[in-house]
Design a protein around this ligand. Sequence first.
Ligand code: IMP
Length: 195
Amino acid sequence: MKQEKEIIYFITGNNHKFNEIKKLFQKEELVYDLKQKTAATIEIQASSIKEVALFKLNSVNFLFSNSYFVEDAGFFIDVPLKGFPGVYSKFVLNTIGNKGILKLITDYWSTAAHFEAVIALYFQPLDKIFIFEGSVEGKVSKEIRGTSGFGYDPIFIPNELPNTTFAELSTEEKNSISHRAKAWQKLLSFLREHQ
Ligand code: IMP
């Protein structure tokens, strides 16, 4: 076990994401300290969230001599939109928003959707890149509900809590089932094994 705390940077400009992860990290007895860092990353349009995350990680690889990671997520409406917006999640949210999404599926009674999160970590002690993935299944709400969280949270109802949208949950509740938390738990196990 190492004596001094090693800093791991989470490269993100999204404070919501950082706070979700920071809460989980604080519960752990690790020799790693988590810090947020913003950097000009390159976000490509690719066919999978994993590709986007890997490219983003590599776009900042000249910056640090520490370990660092990026996280990318996507919202997939499997029924009836065959996975849309998926890798276009950011663009679609910024253009038509949750209201526009609900309009697209207004004629469908039954829906299925999921979130995916991919963490791409550059782990300095091994000079290697590692990937951690998580997902959560659910459906699309009939209306926008709730004020916590961000992004598509107000229209996503997880299967585990079928009466609430993600935006009606506290950070702790969202963390107990979310795509990001699942990916993050895998990263935490990795860090526990490498200290
Ligand atoms: P990003 O590229 O990982 O930041 O995410 C792509 C899009 O999905 C952005 O518009 C985010 O707001 C949205 N998004 C990412 N994670 C979540 C989440 O946990 N809940 C709701 N929306 C999310």
